[in-house]
Design a protein around this ligand. Structure first.
Ligand SMILES: Nc1ncnc2c1ncn2[C@@H]1O[C@H](COP(=O)(O)OP(=O)(O)OP(=O)(O)O)[C@@H](O)[C@H]1O
Ligand SMILES: [Mg+2]
Length: 311
């Protein structure tokens, strides 16, 4: 669905490349978070897919289209096949919510009859039917972003790309927007989202690709978490519904991820400061304070937890 093969991009005048040999394969219907520090190359990667920027070398194929063969005059029609959502919404300020969505469909040549059928359905999906006749300036940030998403999904794109779609939104609104993206993903659209929002990434448990200085340094296919470096992770672990390791223990990231796949980890987040020696064996000496002694059977408390008996 999306394929990047050894993609490198250096902007004129920059000492270092913004993307340095990036290879990435995203399957149909995946939901992928792209994370990394500011300047890591996230937006540049997105711009490679929308053909706003051209790579210096490497191959990019999106939805079966080899971007080398998309000529300049065909770029607008290529982009219309994708859904693209931006941090600053990019709505038409003098058009109503209804007209913003309808306009996106006029551009692709949809008949007036089909537009009249489609727009209300899409506005209902994003929960904006009551606001149909308002102008963007009369909406909250979250509502404006929902119009922008409605405009993109109205064309039923196979792929939706969003560069920090929640960058200007508060916590609750961010959750709403991400929920909406998840719903769209459930309908079969592949989603690629860049974000700095650690909580959202950790709560969703989707694939997480980490960029660092233009390179992919981590790709967690399932139950991914937000982490900018391959540092030890702070985890709490439970087995058979019982907590066997309290939060506050550093664990090797690979082991942590395996435990997470087996659904025995409760919380996982990067440790604040790198720990010199990550604990190799997640051994629970005694139950945590929040679990009363009586609630934990002695057999469980005595059991030594090793890598081999939990993975
Ligand atoms: N138009 C440009 N001209 C020159 N250098 C650029 C340009 N756009 C980006 N860069 C550089 O490329 C690198 C990657 O930038 P990019 O915008 O892709 O980072 P990012 O991960 O999206 O960061 P952020 O989280 O701040 O949005 C940075 O060093 C940046 O300064
Ligand atoms: Mg960016």
């Amino acid at each position: 669905m999306i394929l990047l093969d050894s993609v490198t991009k250096k902007y004129p005048g920059d000492a270092e490349p913004a993307l340095d040999g990036v290879s990435l394969h995203i399957e149909p219907n995946e939901f992928v978070f792209l994370v990394g520090k500011s300047g890591a190359g996230k937006s540049t990667l997105i711009k490679m897919l929308t053909k706003e920027e051209i790579p210096d070398s490497g191959k990019i194929v999106v939805g079966g289209i080899d971007l080398d063969y998309v000529k300049k005059r065909h770029i607008p029609s290529y982009r219309r096949r994708l859904g693209v959502v931006f941090q600053d919404f990019k709505l038409l300020p003098r058009r109503t919510v209804y007209e913003n969505v309808a306009f996106a469909l006029e551009i692709i040549g949809m008949s007036s009859k089909d537009i009249r059928k489609t727009v209300p359905k899409v506005l209902e999906l994003v929960d904006l039917l009551p606001q149909a006749n308002k102008f963007p300036g009369q909406l909250s940030g979250g509502q404006q972003q929902r119009v922008s998403i409605a405009r993109s999904v109205a064309r039923q794109p196979k792929i939706l790309i969003a560069d920090e779609p929640t960058g200007q939104l508060d916590k609750l609104t961010t959750e709403e927007i991400i929920d909406l993206l998840r719903k769209i993903n459930d309908f079969g659209t592949t989603i690629l989202v860049t974000t700095h929002n650690e909580n959202i990434v950790n709560n969703l448990g989707k694939r997480v690709v980490t960029l660092k200085k233009g390179r992919i340094v981590d790709d967690q296919k399932n139950h991914g978490i937000y982490k900018l470096d391959e540092a030890p992770l702070d985890v709490s672990v439970s087995m058979a519904g019982r907590i066997i390791q309290a939060p506050g223990h550093a664990l090797n990231p690979q082991i942590a991820r395996k435990l997470q796949e087996k659904k025995v980890i409760n919380t996982v987040k990067p440790v604040e400061k790198p720990v010199a020696k990550p604990a190799a064996k997640p051994v629970a000496k005694r139950p945590v304070a929040s679990v009363t002694k009586n609630a934990v059977r002695p057999a469980v408390r005595k059991r030594k937890i090793t890598k081999s008996n939990v993975i």
